[in-house]
Design a protein around this ligand. Structure first.
Ligand code: G3H
Length: 467
């Protein structure tokens, strides 16, 4: 059991009331302080007071803090991975990979910042020399989701801090325990007080005070569509980077390499039990290869290991009961309307065995609603046009994939898809972290990514020398 504290203005806050955080497997993984509105306001005031001085530091000083932070992430990777195994039921290997991916991200953020923080432009005919600086916006609110509690936190925190912003950081309920390690590291590195603040709490105590505070200049949020829209409604003048979810499609043409396609669908649909916004959530497969593809997919799915995260299983418990219930509601709705499960339907608590659904049709909820679970529905199509049309009917538009040997055709289809990224012969994914990550429609607003987050969390400032 890990009992954590919040961290505001360089002080650890135990809180009068603490709330339990339950592992997806059912036991209590730890507790966190239930902060109130006054605590949250103090966090923002501290961030505001610290900001000018932090931005006034030399770039090298800020860079050295961030590089030391990256080193500490590597040093504590095993410890953080063990917390994630317990707190979010991510397998140890995947959890450690996440931390290592994140220390690299920090170093890449630093390198990119050093590349873009200052640009010289001369206008010889106008006799002007211009220096374009990138200045901090002020205070950044970073809110991360449960599924990448380190990577998707640091993807927000690192660009904010290196460019001279200060941060108020809140993790998801599950993800808070491991998130507290970030505060421990900044405390150990003696980051000036108020530059990084880590807040905890339950929605009913904090309410909207987290994202309506007048000190916020930018909000970087990854999470559910409902909360994202609520944040957006209240954001006022704050810049927003919102990453809200998806219903990514895998379109399989008749000429696809079916072995490769099956492997990518299994990896894309079932990694971390389907709890990724970039997971393949629907497969539109051409009629003539449907049965051949399904038999390859089912063969691979039946070999996936299922069980506890601590035993490094591929399929582990989904995050909580309401998520598990929702997943099964959609599966049952589909089966009631005629879908055919090709794998055993089995659930124990929050552990759901991987489900492949055949004969899914557009009148079923699972064809449209985003469930965060190990379920991949297959919808038969008889033309590329129909596949693209159905894909674009979604309220989401994060990523999608097209599997085919005809790359020219895939590129032609790609340009018709309403998504932020289209993968040819590969499953959807956010990485490498240097890529711009964005979606259209309900999938989000603005762009996350090393260069793109740095640009969004800074403003340009010109000094023009007239000669
Ligand atoms: O859940 C949303 C994440 O941004 C997905 O990231 O593609 O690296 O799994 P990923």
């Amino acid at each position: 059991m890990k009992k954590i504290k919040a961290y505001i203005n360089g002080k650890w806050i135990a809180g009068d009331i603490n709330y339990p955080i339950y592992s997806p497997e059912g036991h209590e993984a730890g507790t966190a302080p239930a902060l109130n509105k006054e605590d949250i306001d103090l966090a923002f005031e501290s961030a505001r007071s610290a900001q000018r001085e932090w931005e006034a530091k030399t770039i090298d000083e800020r860079v050295q803090f961030m590089l030391a932070f990256a080193d500490k992430l590597d040093e504590r990777a095993d410890e953080m991975a063990h917390i994630m195994v317990d707190e979010i039921a991510k397998s140890f290997n995947d959890a450690k990979t996440e931390v290592v991916r994140t220390s690299k991200l920090v170093r890449d953020v630093v390198a990119e910042y050093l590349r873009i923080y200052q640009e010289e432009v001369t206008f010889p005919k106008l006799n002007k020399d211009v220096t374009i600086f990138r200045k901090a916006l002020g205070v950044v609110l970073a809110i991360s989701p449960f599924n990448y509690p380190i990577n998707l936190s640091v993807a927000k925190i690192a660009p904010a801090l290196v460019s001279g912003n200060t941060v108020v950081f809140k993790g998801a309920t599950n993800g808070t325990l491991v998130g507290s390690v970030l505060a421990e590291i900044f405390d150990e590195l003696k980051l000036p007080k108020g530059v990084f603040n880590f807040v905890t709490g339950r929605g009913r105590e904090i309410g909207s005070s987290l994202y309506t505070n007048k000190n916020i200049n930018a909000i970087s949020f990854t999470g559910g569509e409902r909360v994202g829209k609520e944040i957006s409604d209240h954001a006022s003048m704050a810049i927003q980077i919102l990453e809200l979810g998806g219903k990514d499609v895998g379109i399989v043409r008749a000429d696809a390499d079916l072995d490769l396609t099956a492997s990518q669908i299994v990896k894309g649909g079932f990694s971390y039990s389907g709890q990724r916004c970039t997971a393949i959530k629907r497969v539109f497969v051409h009629s003539e290869v449907k049965n051949a593809l399904l038999s390859k997919v089912v063969h691979q799915v039946n070999r996936l290991t299922v069980g506890k995260a601590a035993d490094n299983n591929f399929i582990t418990h989904v995050i909580n009961k309401s998520s598990a219930d929702y997943i099964m509601d959609l599966v049952n709705d589909a089966i009631d309307k005629g879908a055919k499960p090709l794998t055993e339907i089995k659930r124990e608590g929050n552990l759901i065995w991987p489900i492949v659904l055949d004969k899914v049709t557009p009148d079923m909820r699972i064809a449209w609603e985003e469930q965060f679970g190990p379920v991949v529905p297959f919808i038969e199509v008889d033309s590329d046009d129909l596949a693209v049309e159905l894909a674009n009917k979604s309220d989401y538009g994060l990523q999608s994939s097209i599997f085919t040997k005809d790359i020219d055709k895939a590129v032609e289809m790609a340009h018709k898809m309403e998504v932020g990224s289209l993968n040819i012969n590969g499953s959807s994914q956010r990485g490498p972290d240097t890529l711009p990550f964005t979606g259209v429609k309900n999938s989000g607003l603005n762009i996350q990514g090393i260069k793109y987050s740095l640009e969004t969390m800074t403003r340009t400032f010109n000094i023009v020398v007239n000669k």
